[in-house]
Design a protein around this ligand. Sequence first.
Ligand SMILES: NC(=[NH2+])NCCC[C@H](N)C(=O)O
Length: 566
Amino acid sequence: MKSIKHAIATAVAEHTGFPAADIVNLIEYPPNPELGDLALPCFQFAKQLRKNPALIASELADKLAGIDGIGNANAQGGYLNLTLERSTYALSIVDRALQSVHDLFSEERGTGHTVAVDYSAPNIAKPFGVGHLRSTIIGQAIVRLMREDGYRVEGVNHLGDWGTQFGKNIAAYLKWGDEETVRKNPVRELFKLYVRFHEEAREHPELEDEGRYWFKQLEEGHEQANRLWRWFIDESLRAFQETYKTLGVEFDHYLGESFYNDKMDAIVDELRAKGLLVEDDGAEVVDLSAYDMPPCIIKKSDGTSIYATRDLAAADYRHRVLGADTLVYVVGAEQKLHFQQVFKVLELLGRDYAKRCTHVAFGLMKFNGERLSTRRGHVVYLEDVLNKAIEEAKRIIQEKNPNLADQDGVARSVGVGAVIFNDLKTYRIHEVDFRYEDVLNFDGETGPYVQYTHARACSVLRKAGTDAQPLNWPTQVQPDDVEWALILRLAQAGEALARAVDEFDPSVMARYVLHVCHAFNRFYHNNPILQADDPLRAARLALTQATRNVIAKALYLIGLDAPQEM
Ligand SMILES: NC(=[NH2+])NCCC[C@H](N)C(=O)O
């Protein structure tokens, strides 16, 4: 929905000649509501209009007073202060949230664009690391946020399913592995074998040769090597998919690194033909010294291609075959240089989409101060973390609401939601710490707090029995300050979505829904809903229903369930 800010900006644009899109961003919510609901500082127009800001503000005040929904416009200093016509505005926002909450959030700005989002991308036969968890959570949210905004999104899982590691996996499995044990617990068992391989290789370095031998066999199509490799992939994927199901995460494509095995020659040939390949210590690289970057390695001295080459082939694939005009990579901040190099090489190759490639980086997450998985020895497994969160959630729910019907289902939504929300409420670049007692605190800035607020709204509506009936804000009711604060929050849904999308930052949506919940809970505690008399009761019920819709949508967008009861 075009927000009231847009209506104001359009009118101001007509008067000042400045672009409306810039004016929208100048409009503020004054910290002190006495001053009005919205304010526009006019200092920026002074130079070009050759008038002082106070005069501009007062001219604009005259002009804007006539706009639908604006109750009062006045100039103060260089500021234009605007007060909205509360009941008309309440009706329009509540109506939107009730009729089509999608329109409250979205102006479908992405129509006509296709975005490929690369997220999760764990490595086969290794535990799901913290980077993969954060990538999965942030990526899934970005996918949903962008779809809501009208983009066509292709979600891609760029699985790590190729490389010398698999030679070692095969060698270790052939030496010490057992089919039954692996089947039961593929990722843990295969990783155990892999760790053992490294340990034993320290005393028996000839093991490394065996690993290399098997990787070469794999590359050359050796039957048994390929069968084992496929099997490792199938078993690991099965385990990962279990985790994705728990997290409620989906992909449009599973295209692992091996998918590009036969698609890299074309890139290498093109690089060579364009004179971009140079030799460096036996390897073939693209020299990026002119851009203050180390060379991008395309082919190692032994002729094998590497990570970057696969990413170049994958980028072309996403553009040409998947039809993406924008490429997004949700990958840990430690790979910053890798993506700078890949994007630069795409640019040197003349790919016009190179300008629309973004590395969406994020920081570490620690679990009770520990890293999720480390190279050897100590490993915290994601599924254990999720299971414990679900168990704890169940314990809390049983205590709070022993008669709740679907306790297991709700515990799953709450436990998983707690993990997801804890990740997303912080700006992604920052490090995240995870402690069960914090993330499951129903009174903190947590997933359970937001879900509980949603369930509270559902419960009011259930008791009123109005769930099926269409409600709306009766125009004869003038919202009081508490209701008004909530309505203004609901009205900001569109701004939250646009910013979250433009900055690839789901935390904008997570913080938005927290604000909505704070405003709703204040309303709930201050203003009797069911005990009020009509038309006030009808107004408050409509506002409750509108809020419920907005919270449910926001939760969906960041990947959380919204149970009706908890
Ligand atoms: N297109 C990409 N490079 N995506 C990210 C892949 C992440 C890689 N599997 C890793 O664990 O480090």
